[in-house]
Unconditional design. Structure first.
Length: 404
């Protein structure tokens, strides 16, 4: 075992140095910035579209006095409930045909309110009428009463925290940690697969296997890619903190987890390492069997989709701590890191995390062992099948000698 670990660290140091000092590593660090920039721009544009274009507009065809009264009530109601809480109003001259207004392509209205405030008529598509009827009924009722919502003044008493708010905040922290852990794992674990296939194609794996145990090769490559992932995460985290401090400033918006931020971040690092090594060891085993990139894509796709389903299952159990689904998610090795990081946000017990980490590491060792066996049998041809073929060959030689 000592020889395997020593050889694994040699392989890890070789791969880590080659990756860190390569030109591609710079692009690897810069790569996630483009989706973030595009996401921020798309989010800003989407919010503007939602505020401007997607906010429904209702045409108003009433008498002038009724239209003015309706607009005053709308302005007061929007001030108290928010601009996006109620549809916009677009007045038209009295006597306009609602159907002609809706048929006009230059108009942006989706429905027309006509008739009078005593006998209003709403014209539009069935779904639009159904969604707008309640809001317009409230607005017309306020207009008929001659006043907007009363300005009720409520005395307030501020407390530092509440149990319900704390529980909801910790639930939000657990969900955010799960999403971040899953995204980092899926983004970084695939690099193990491509690295393994590349060196297998170049016959480097066979050369290494002739000098050191295959277990050390697999473990060393896994440790090297994990170390490179930590370097990338450190750079991205520093950039995110600096960017948030420059753009927003103030305190961190996420609610505090149950175990506290120092322990939560520590457990986050550990669970990323276990989730990464679990999926990475599986990918290494696949890469050892595949000969081409096409084979890799064909074999890895079901595993990737299965991991997405595992993540959805772990997300489903976030607010069910202690129930059967959450316990199953914590026990299943591939969903255990996601379930346990959510538990850390909601419970301050630490012993379950120790048991979960040991359990996950045992599965990493098991998956690596299975991958090594398959690699020896299918690639190096040194498994039990080769021994049997050697035995049959010796028997055949003996048979030939006896005949001569």
């Amino acid at each position: 075992m000592k020889e395997v670990l020593r050889a694994a660290f040699v392989v890890a140091r070789r791969d880590f140095t080659a990756l860190i000092f390569s030109k591609a590593f710079i692009f690897f660090l810069i790569g996630p910035l483009f989706p973030v920039v595009v996401g921020v721009m798309a989010g800003g544009m989407g919010q503007r579209i939602a505020e401007d274009s997607l906010r429904p507009t209702v045409g108003v065809v009433l008498a002038a006095a009724e239209t003015q009264a309706l607009q005053r009530a709308h302005k007061s109601l929007a001030k108290q409930l928010g601009d996006r809480a109620i549809a916009q109003l677009m007045p038209y001259p009295a006597g306009s045909d609602p159907r002609a207004l809706l048929a006009n392509k230059d108009q942006k209205i989706i429905a027309v309110l006509s008739g009078s405030l005593e006998r209003p008529v709403l014209t539009g598509k069935r779904g639009d009428v159904r969604s707008l009827k309640g809001d317009l009924s409230l607005l017309i009722g306020i207009t008929r009463a001659g006043t907007a919502l009363p300005d009720t003044r409520i005395a307030t008493q501020i407390v530092a925290d509440s149990s319900g708010s704390q529980q909801q905040g910790r639930l939000l922290t657990g969900q955010a940690a799960q999403v971040l852990l899953f995204m980092l794992t899926m983004f970084l674990a695939g690099m193990v697969l491509s690295n393994m296939v590349e060196e297998k194609t170049n016959k480097i794996i066979e050369i290494l296997a002739a000098a050191i145990p295959v277990d050390a090769i697999f473990l060393g490559k896994l440790l090297a890619m994990l170390a490179m992932s930590f370097v990338g995460i450190a750079v991205w985290s520093t950039g995110a903190v600096v960017g948030y401090a420059l753009l927003r400033g103030g305190a961190f918006p996420m609610p505090s987890p149950a175990v506290g931020w120092p322990m939560f971040l520590t457990l986050g690092v550990v669970y990323f390492a276990t989730a990464y090594t679990l999926l990475g060891s599986l990918f290494i085993g696949i890469g050892a069997q595949a000969s081409t990139v096409r084979e890799v894509q064909t074999i890895s796709m079901p595993i990737t989709m299965s991991q997405v389903l595992v993540f959805f299952f772990a997300s489903y159990t976030v607010n069910r701590m202690g129930e059967a689904p959450e316990l199953i998610a914590a026990a299943f090795p591939f969903s255990s890191p996601f379930a346990m990081i959510a538990r850390a946000a909601q419970s301050d017990a630490l012993l379950p995390h120790l048991a979960a980490i040991i359990w996950q590491l045992l599965w990493v060792a098991l998956i690596i062992r299975i991958g090594v066996r398959l690699f020896r049998r299918n690639v190096l041809k040194s498994g039990a099948g080769e021994k049997r073929r050697g035995l049959f060959s010796r028997l055949n030689v003996s048979f030939r000698r006896s005949r001569t």
